[in-house]
Design a protein around this ligand. Structure first.
Ligand SMILES: Cc1cc2nc3c(=O)[nH]c(=O)nc-3n(C[C@H](O)[C@H](O)[C@H](O)COP(=O)(O)OP(=O)(O)OC[C@H]3O[C@@H](n4cnc5c(N)ncnc54)[C@H](O)[C@@H]3O)c2cc1C
Length: 477
């Protein structure tokens, strides 16, 4: 099997297939997590939004996959995060959030592994609000619900690919699939054309899937985040949740991140025309929308001078057959369900979201196994820890700094032993992390190191200071 695309979907497919005994190669044109998978909000959602749209099936799917990620696949990479909806956003708003949160709790306890995985929804007083998010206008209480937060989406993808490799999958970066002709797949590897024979090709190229499968219909939508110092909101320990004016199911979140940062997102802007190869950027209107929405509840409003970085990604939303030539309304209302579609030897798997990658991958490989008549019938990935993963009680005993354990799990001592010097003064990443990326995680250049294996590149001024160190580490090879 040849998998096209090294995002969360492609890496998940490669792992599922290799673990079932198939011979697998994954070709990624740039680097692991080079596409949408590193631009997410880094949430492992239980699917509250789906409940708001009455999509109970999708909500249960998400809640089930969240429990698998938190308990088995990657407990080191996923943590519990409280979400605060403050009463200063409107008492009707927090009352609705409380109802939604309680419904979400009911869905959670109804799925395997969900009970006890997160605390329940509840109301807190004004003091509790100030403790969780000191920057919110004081004097009133709020509602807190809980969900999962990923340490880093790109690290999940790299861990998936490395785990696939332990089952024999060949993972190639810098390898662009340019065409499929029967069993012959044309691949350009660092500019050199080669032909690979594959019984089946799984097209997991995200928003770029249409290039190999022109028959599928996508409605890409841009989602943007701003990066601000967490200190501006008093270094919150919860995610601030503020509804977009006029919406009952769309929120702007201020999400606390490691390293004293806060990501402010998210927008949902339909993108017309061919999908560009370059990374998208937030528009001026999105920056204004994000700041104005969150400022409704802050004691001291944010302004553009607080923004130290920004990023955007394109959601690979599947256009339903009923939608004619384009989304009739906003892309925010399009379903987040995924699509599996055969075209000759090519199976396209697209849509869904990061949280449900495992399910998408299992369904895709089920379809491949049925067609090939080879490989184990059933997926084993719900019981398969990724490299570095271990139960929480084991992680608690790993002899390495907690920050490294959150990113590398049981491999943290190896990373720590490779060097504790800081890459950039004032940030937490170490030279040992860069060395580990080069030696064990397939990083090949400065961008792989700073924009994917670590996320230093999200703050432009920090990235500039880190380039020379990254080059030195690459030169050690
Ligand atoms: C702003 C934003 C926020 C989001 N937040 C969340 C969230 O919090 N939680 C959640 O669960 N989901 C979230 N999502 C959704 C989630 O990020 C995506 O559904 C998911 O990352 C898509 O992964 P993918 O592997 O299908 O696509 P991608 O990650 O885009 O991977 C496709 C890969 O294919 C490669 N490629 C393309 N063409 C070729 C070719 N010809 N040959 C070889 N390689 C090729 C690309 O380089 C790319 O790496 C968010 C999405 C966005 C945009």
């Amino acid at each position: 099997m040849l998998v096209v695309g090294g995002g969360v979907t492609g890496a998940g497919v490669a792992l599922d297939a290799a673990a079932r005994g198939l011979t697998v190669a994954l070709c990624e044109r740039t680097d692991l997590a080079a596409g949408t998978s590193r631009w997410s909000s880094k949430l492992v959602h239980g699917g509250l939004r789906y409940l708001a749209h009455g999509q109970l099936g999708l909500a249960r799917e998400s809640a089930r996959e969240r429990a698998v990620l938190m308990r088995v696949t990657a407990p080191h990479l996923v943590r519990r995060l409280p979400f605060l909806v403050p009463d200063v956003a409107g008492r009707d708003v927090s009352a609705l959030a409380e109802l939604g949160g309680r419904l979400g709790d009911a869905v959670r306890v109804s799925v395997r592994g969900g009970r006890g995985s997160l605390p329940g929804t509840g109301r807190i007083g004004a003091e509790g609000v100030s403790r969780l998010i000191p920057g919110v206008r004081p004097g009133r209480g709020g509602v807190v619900f809980w969900d999962g937060q990923l340490e880093d989406d790109a690290r999940l993808v790299v861990s998936l690919a490395r785990t696939a490799a332990t089952f024999g999958a060949r993972v190639l970066t810098g390898a662009t699939v340019t065409g499929v002709d029967g069993e012959a797949v044309a691949v350009s590897v660092d500019g050199e054309s080669v032909s690979v024979r594959a019984s089946v090709v799984v097209n997991a190229a995200g928003v770029w899937s249409q290039r190999l499968a022109p028959g599928i219909r996508l409605a890409p939508s841009r989602g943007s985040h701003l990066i601000v110092p967490a200190a501006r909101l008093g270094t919150p320990i919860a995610a601030l949740t503020v509804p977009l004016p006029g919406s009952r199911s769309r929120y702007v979140f201020a999400l606390p991140q490691p390293g004293g940062l806060l990501y402010l997102g998210i927008t949902d802007e339909p993108v017309a025309g061919p999908v560009p190869d370059d990374d998208p950027v937030p528009s001026d209107a999105e920056v204004t929308q994000l700041l104005e929405t969150v400022n409704q509840v802050l004691a001291v409003p944010l302004d553009r001078s607080d923004v130290i970085g920004a990023y955007a990604g394109l959601r690979p939303l599947v256009l339903p057959a009923a939608a004619g030539d384009g989304p009739a309304g906003a892309t925010a209302d399009l379903s987040r369900s995924h699509l599996l579609s055969w075209d000759g030897p090519v199976l396209t798997v697209v849509g869904g979201k990061l949280t449900t990658y495992r399910l998408m991958a299992a369904e895709a490989v089920d379809a491949v196994v049925a067609r090939l008549g080879r490989g184990a019938q059933r997926s084993s990935t719900a019981r398969l820890p990724l490299v570095g993963a271990a139960p929480e009680r084991v992680l608690a005993r790993v002899d390495a700094p907690a920050r490294l354990v959150h990113r590398y799990g049981t491999e943290a001592p190896v990373v720590a032993a490779l060097g504790g010097e800081l890459v950039v003064e004032g940030r937490e990443e170490t030279v040992g992390e860069l060395r580990f990326a080069v030696r064990s995680e397939g990083a090949r250049n400065v961008a792989d190191l700073l924009d994917r294996r670590t996320r230093i590149g999200l703050v432009t001024s920090d990235r500039e200071r880190a380039v020379a160190v990254a080059e030195e580490v690459l030169a050690e090879r």
